[in-house]
Design a protein around this ligand. Sequence first.
Ligand SMILES: [Cu+2]
Length: 149
Amino acid sequence: MKMRLMGALAPLALIVATPAAACAEHAKQAEPTKQSKHAAHGGATGTASTEKPSTSPTVKNGIQTVELAVTTKGFEPANVKVKAGHPVRLVVTRKTDKTCATELVAADLGINQPLPLNTPVTVEFVPSESGTLRYACAMDHISGLVTIQ
Ligand SMILES: [Cu+2]
């Protein structure tokens, strides 16, 4: 009896091992985002793939403005460098309908901003201290960074 029970339990482990593929939409678009197309990005080649080059904002009247686009590559630029204590204005334009990044969610700031297609949307906040702010699509798959100094 004992032996039969153990035999019956073994296959269950295989079923549990399947990763959460809940976001079918995201899985579809994640595939072609691999590093192969990174070279076409222009500029430096051969840098560590995990490192996201940062972009500095345009500063006017003390407001640090950065234009962000949502493309099939995700949020571009994916890393923005700003200064703490000064307002940050992200002007986000979603330019593709092919990803699930139809919102910008920054949980730390309580921001959940819908991104209508081809329409610039403004997200403003004042970073109080240095650190890294992460934002993402609603499902937390496609993400970008704001590095606060
Ligand atoms: Cu997603």
